[in-house]
Design a protein around this ligand. Sequence first.
Ligand code: ADP
Length: 492
Amino acid sequence: MNLQSLLECLPSYEYIGNENPDIKSVHMDSREVTKNSLFICVRGFTVDGHSFFNDAVKKGAAALIAEEQLDTDVPVIVVKDSKRAMALLANRFYGYPTMDMNLIGVTGTNGKTTTAHLIEKILTDARKTTGMIGTMYTRFAGVEHPVQNTTPESLPLQKTFSEMKEAGVDTAVMEVSSHALEMGRVHGCHYNVAVFTNLSQDHLDYHETMEKYLHAKGLLFAQLGNGYYPEQKNLAVLNADDEASKDLLKMTAAPVIQYGVNNDAEIKAVDLVFDEGGSRFTVKTPEESAPVRLNMVGKFSVYNALAAIAAVRMSGIPLKDVIASLEDISGVSGRVEKVTNDNDPFTILVDYAHTPDSLENVLETIKEFATGRVFTVVGCGGDRDRTKRPQMARVAEKLSDMVFLTSDNPRSEAPEQILEDMKAGMKNDRYSVIVDRKEAIERAVREAGSRDVILIAGKGHETYQIIAGQTFDFDDRIVAKQALEALTDDKS
Ligand code: ADP
């Protein structure tokens, strides 16, 4: 595609230069540039892509997108915001792939991964060709690809969508983080359905206030119905029991369907009963009602299931089939995942809860079925929201008999400092501070007695730990299993 034609998607720009090169690829990383590329200079948090324009030109970039005039022989296209321009260019370069598939976006503080997986499962069981973009991986055509961010940058994102289109994907389900929305990464994606799970404190390091955080989430709903095919059906799925839905309702032009347990909702769960294995309830839709047995613990799982039921309303899949798919799932990797089996003396659960709210939810759920004591092993990530550290410690203390404060991913921060921040939230002394996560897990396992439950929170499915900027292999599930085996060996 020639440069002039590619630029048609931009609302405004200044073209400095005379040539109109044919563009073979688009990059934001100068190391990836090849002959006849378009290089986009993006200002990141730590690195400014503008400083690499010479490298890019040397490697064969035929044109540059930048936020300022640059001293070079190739054409420079000056735009106000190169990141937003990149999202539009990525869409155009890869042929607007989301126009040719159904796209379901899931946003909210907690429950995105789980809800997205439930939706994917329902659609796959109904023989739709599905694609998934999430925290854990991108998955389509039977292949999983690792990911770095919950929502990738616009260039790899649109490339993935175009590959999904090639593979015949009918419906893509995507976790959409508030960062991605705010930074315009998903700008130009054509969503058919937007799903809201809930809003509670997280990422205030980035968004500063809850209002701004809500606004970022709202961008997904504002984006609905602005697609290229306005006649196509859109749907906003909101949580009737979450206050933030009232604001989101005002931000969307699309038809809305609400789900809930407490308040009036089109998709409502009644007669809830919880047990260690999950829950039973009756789901009521405007047309029918039916019993559901969910093999995932906690009230929050009921919300995730209701959100998924609402999200597939337009797909025409009968409710009985939707329920059969939900009943078939025993859980999502690293989400209240049981490491022990029924013969073990106590229970170990690994969970991804890394916000005060999700930790509270998962611990309250555990308390509902635990017959012994509850131990919690938890830490907080470095280089992220500091204000949640004492709150998470406080929640852990309030709902556990014993807490082991330890490291999560300290990243570039000193683990001891993060633990000091957490300790500020502690009101009693039923806790130990053990910097080394492996040791903390081993201690919890050694001290647990019959019928106790150990919750290892914060890292869920992650298979690594980032300490002092370096990534090490670390999997809570493996470490816990090894600690358990060591215990059995000691006893035999
Ligand atoms: P996300 O992708 O938004 O981080 P996940 O589905 O990975 O959400 O869930 C993360 C953790 O949050 C889970 O392990 C569980 O403890 C908790 N959780 C899951 N769903 C919900 C929900 N709907 N409301 C509150 N907490 C939830």
